[in-house]
Design a protein around this ligand. Structure first.
Ligand code: ATP
Length: 439
C-alpha cells in the first residue's frame, strides 16, 4: 500500500487508508454498507457528517457549473431507462472488464488490475488462471411483474446517457445557442469485480457529469476551457496542485470514439489513481441515439440552414473519489503542547460543521442559556452549526478538530457582560475574542 505524505510545520506525517477509513467510521462520516448484517461488498453508507461533506462537494459543483453559468442546464433523469439506451450506447455489448478465475481457490479477479497476472493474489498459486472472459458490469433487472426480454432494464452505470437522451428535450424547450452544456448529478451502479480501497471503487457511487455540446470545429478550444474548469474545481476542493497529475490517455487506451482523453490523477493514500476524466466524445452518443431511435439529433444554427449533430466534451467527476481526495488532502497530524492531534484541514466551505458552540462549563445555567442563544443565532445564519458540551473544553476541541470544524466558539462568564466570545481556529489553535455580532 502506498502512502501520501503531508508536511506539517516541519514534521512529516503520512495518511494511510486505514487511518482514513477508521476516522470516517469513528466520527460518523462513512460506514460500511449493511454493516449490521455483515456488510455488502462495494457499498457504503454516509453518516451525518459524511452526507454533510458530500452535499457540500456536490453543491459546490452545481454552483460553479450550473448556477454561476448561463450556458449549462441541469437535469435529473430516471435511473431506470429503456434498455435501448444501453444497446445504442454500446454498454450491453462492451461495458465489460476482463474476469479471471483461479482454478485452485475459485477466487475471481479483474485481470487488468492484477500486480502479477500469473499468480493468484488470494491463494498464491501460480499459473492457475484460465482464459479471461468479458464480464458485463451492469446490474440487470426487470421492470414490472413479467420477467421477459422486453422488461429487461439496468441500473445506470453512468449518468451521461440520461443527459444525451434529454438533449432534444432541452433544445426544444430552451433552444440554447451552441456551445451549451447539460449537467447531471446522481447515482451510478457498476458490478465491479473487485470493489476495494474504501469508497474509491464502489458498486454504487455518485457521478457529476457535464456534456458540453459544441461545433466540431471548436473542440480544441473547448477542451482547453474544460481543463481550466476542472482545475478551478480542484482548487475549490482544496486539493494541492502538486498532488494532481494530468495523464494524456494514449490512442490505444482511449475509447474508440474519443479523439482526446485526459485522466486527472490524484496522489491518493493508495497511490496515484484516477480522480476524474475529461473526454472529447465526438458525436458518438447523439449519433447512436439518432441511428437507433430514428429521431433527428441534429441542431440547426439559429438564422441559418446549417444543421449538424453537435460534438461533445465530457468532464466526468466521481463524487466518492472527490470526497476521498478531499479527506486525504485534509488529514493532518501535528503536535500541540506536546500532545499528538489529528485534524482535518478542510476548506471552511466544505466542512460539514462550520461552528461548534459550547458553554465553558455545562453546570452553570447562565452560561448554558447564553451559549444556547449564540447557538440558535448562528444556526439560523449558517445552518451547519453544532452544539457541543460533552467532556471538557480540551476534549471538545480535539473532537471538532478531527471532524474538520474550522471554528469552536466558547461562551464564558465575560460573555455575559460584553457579548464577546472566544473563537478558536482549528489550524493554528489560536484563540481570539470577538463580538457575537461579528461572527
Ligand atoms: P476506472 O478505470 O478507475 O475503473 P473508469 O475510467 O471506468 O474508472 P469512468 O467510466 O470514466 O471511470 O467514470 C467517470 C468517473 O466516475 C471516474 O473518474 C470516477 O471518478 C468515477 N467512478 C467510476 N467508477 C467508479 C467506482 N467503481 N467507484 C467510485 N467511483 C467511480
Amino acid at each position: 500500500m502506498g502512502y501520501g505524505i503531508i508536511i506539517q510545520i516541519g514534521i512529516i506525517m503520512s495518511v494511510n487508508l486505514e487511518k482514513l477509513t477508521s476516522l470516517a467510521k469513528r466520527r460518523g462520516f462513512i460506514y460500511p454498507g449493511s454493516d449490521v448484517y455483515g456488510g455488502l461488498s462495494g457499498t457504503w453508507d454516509y453518516g451525518p457528517l459524511g452526507i454533510g461533506l458530500k452535499r457540500n462537494i456536490m453543491n459546490l459543483w452545481w454552483k460553479m457549473f450550473v448556477d454561476e453559468r448561463d450556458d449549462i442546464y441541469g437535469v435529473d433523469a430516471a435511473i431506470l431507462m429503456n434498455q435501448k439506451v444501453w444497446q445504442a450506447s454500446g454498454h450491453v455489448d462492451t461495458f465489460t472488464d476482463p474476469l479471471v478465475e483461479c482454478a485452485n481457490c475459485k477466487g475471481r479477479f479483474r485481470e487488468d488490475k492484477l500486480d502479477n497476472p500469473n499468480k493468484c493474489p488470494n491463494c498464491g498459486k501460480e499459473n492457475s488462471f484460465g482464459e479471461a472472459r468479458a464480464f458485463n458490469m451492469m446490474f440487470k433487472t426487470n421492470v414490472g411483474p413479467i420477467s421477459d426480454e422486453n422488461s429487461i432494464s439496468y441500473l445506470r452505470p453512468e449518468t451521461a446517457q440520461g443527459i444525451f437522451t434529454n438533449f432534444k428535450n432541452v433544445v426544444d424547450t430552451f433552444y440554447p445557442d451552441l456551445p451549451f452544456g447539460i449537467a447531471q448529478q446522481g447515482k451510478a451502479f457498476r458490478n465491479e469485480i473487485s470493489p476495494r480501497d474504501f469508497v474509491f471503487r464502489s458498486r454504487e457511487f455518485e457521478q457529476m457529469e457535464i456534456e458540453y455540446f459544441i461545433h466540431p470545429d471548436n473542440w480544441k478550444d473547448s477542451f482547453e476551457h474544460w481543463i481550466g474548469e476542472c482545475k478551478r474545481f480542484f482548487d475549490e476542493l482544496g486539493l494541492p496542485s502538486e498532488m494532481i497529475h494530468e495523464l494524456e490517455v494514449m490512442e490505444d487506451d482511449r475509447a474508440h470514439y474519443s479523439k482526446r482523453t485526459i485522466d486527472f490523477e490524484f496522489d491518493f493514500p493508495i497511490g496515484r489513481e484516477e480522480l476524474m476524466g475529461l473526454a472529447y466524445r465526438t458525436d458518438f452518443d447523439l449519433g447512436n441515439i439518432q441511428r437507433v431511435s430514428k429521431k433527428s439529433m441534429e441542431y440547426r444554427v439559429k438564422g441559418t440552414n446549417e444543421t449538424f449533430i453537435p460534438h461533445v466534451i465530457e468532464p466526468s467527476f466521481g463524487v466518492e473519489r472527490a470526497l476521498m481526495a478531499v479527506l486525504s488532502a485534509a488529514y493532518t497530524e501535528d503536535e500541540v503542547n506536546g500532545e499528538q492531534r489529528v485534524y482535518l484541514k478542510l476548506p471552511a466551505h466544505l466542512a460539514p460543521i462550520k461552528y461548534a458552540v459550547s458553554p465553558l462549563l455545562k453546570n452553570k445555567p447562565e452560561l448554558v442559556e447564553k451559549a444556547r442563544e449564540v447557538y440558535q443565532l448562528l444556526k439560523q445564519k449558517y445552518g451547519n452549526v453544532m452544539w457541543d458540551d460533552n467532556g471538557n473544553i480540551g476534549k471538545r476541541y480535539r473532537r471538532q478538530d478531527e471532524i474538520g470544524t474550522p471554528y469552536c466558539i466558547v461562551v464564558d462568564f465575560e460573555t455575559l457582560d460584553d457579548d464577546m466570545v472566544t473563537v478558536r481556529d482549528r489550524n493554528t489553535t489560536e484563540q481570539q475574542r470577538l463580538p457575537i455580532v461579528n461572527i
